[in-house]
Design a binder for this molecule. Structure first.
Ligand code: TYM
Length: 333
């Protein structure tokens, strides 16, 4: 039984990439492993976000966890800011990580570059964010972190920091492993198949949100950018748009067919797109029905999150206490 931890930022509406790359993959771990899933609200403050939107999206993300099938009876579900130990552990780990290794992170370079010549407006937390993520993971002595491909580098940093801390101060942390799916670990934007589908890029046409109606889903898939060589083949480098649709189909059908094998079934892009749209609509229909049911019971969701936070606090404070002692902080009398 492995200790499993993962989380999603409530920085926008969840999309198909979040679902196929992460959320849906978490559900089976509840049966076999020791799981905790967190709504990482502090991370959403690294970019400017309306306070009311942050609050609403935090609850919406919790509803999505429950609608996906996460079960508070089997997994600890909680909001990151309800467990102050994450922020305190971050400080100790910032004193372990180096400026250079944070400045090299791809996601930092991308998001900071969007600040252009206004670097004074790029939040310092965008640089230190992977350390907060390391704290999330290490606080629970996590062994396995199921995520999409874009988080690989951040988990590598968590491993580096844990190893360095243990070598300097003694064995406090477990060195975690990333757990990345072989298919659909990187769903691309439908309009720009060379960029990943993302909450933080304002491109509703290229992104399938988990709350989209069947009509919206069909329209977005129909308009997905492909290429002019009308041959269906799985070739992510030469045919990124078609490869992305095949990845989505393989993950959504979940019948064991690889994207390359599925490609052989299709003689035209139109037929492929029709099947992708059907598969995504069928995948999201039961999720959306459960989402509506949970939304009608928001009072209960607040209670579940409070109970999850209480359980998480006990675990995280235990690890934090060991880390405080290891680095030499004087315990209060
Ligand atoms: P976030 O909120 O950007 O994404 C949440 C999860 O969804 C995956 N994902 C994707 N998978 C496939 N295709 C895509 N286009 C796609 N976009 C996103 C992400 O890989 C992720 O698994 N830093 C993290 C959140 C975090 C975290 C943690 C994760 C904070 N602390 C501790 C694990 C453990 C993030 O911003 O994910």
């Amino acid at each position: 039984m492995a200790r499993v931890f993962s989380g999603i930022q409530p920085s926008g509406t969840l999309h198909l990439g979040n679902y196929l790359g992460a959320l849906r993959r978490w559900v089976p771990y509840q049966d076999s492993d020791d799981t905790r899933f967190c709504i990482v609200d502090l991370h959403a403050l690294t970019l400017d976000i309306e306070p009311a939107a942050l609050r609403a999206q935090t609850l919406d993300t919790a509803l999505a966890y429950l609608a996906a099938g996460l079960d508070p009876a089997r997994a600890v579900l909680f909001v990151q800011s309800h467990v102050p130990a994450h922020a305190e552990l971050t400080w100790l780990l910032e004193c372990t990580a180096s400026y250079g290794e944070l400045a090299r992170m791809t996601q930092f370079k991308d998001k900071a570059a969007r600040g252009g010549s206004h670097q004074e407006l790029v939040r310092a937390s965008l640089l230190t964010y992977p350390v907060l993520m390391a704290a999330d993971i290490l606080a629970y002595r996590t062994e396995k972190v199921p995520v999409g491909d874009d988080q690989r580098q951040h988990i590598e940093l968590a491993r580096t920091v844990a190893t360095r801390f243990n070598a300097r101060y003694g064995d406090v942390f477990v060195v975690p492993d990333a757990d990345i799916a072989p298919v659909a670990a990187r769903i691309m934007d439908l309009q720009q198949p060379d960029r990943k589908m993302s909450k933080s890029i304002p491109s509703p046409a290229g992104r399938i949100d988990l709350t989209d109606t069947p009509d919206e889903i069909r329209r977005k898939v129909r308009r997905a950018v492909t290429d002019t060589a009308a041959e269906v083949a799985y070739d992510p480098d030469r045919k990124p748009g078609i490869a992305n649709l095949l990845d989505i189909l393989a993950a959504a059908l979940d019948d064991g067919g690889s994207p390359a094998v599925l490609a052989e079934r299709y003689a035209s892009y139109g037929a492929l797109k029709a099947d992708v749209a059907d598969a995504v609509v069928a995948l999201l229909e039961p999720f959306q029905a459960r989402l509506a049911a949970w939304r009608a019971d928001a009072g209960e969701v607040h209670k579940l999150l409070a109970a999850g936070a209480a359980a998480a606090r006990a675990e995280a404070e235990h690890t934090l206490g060991r880390a405080r002692e290891a680095v030499g902080l004087l315990a209060p009398a």
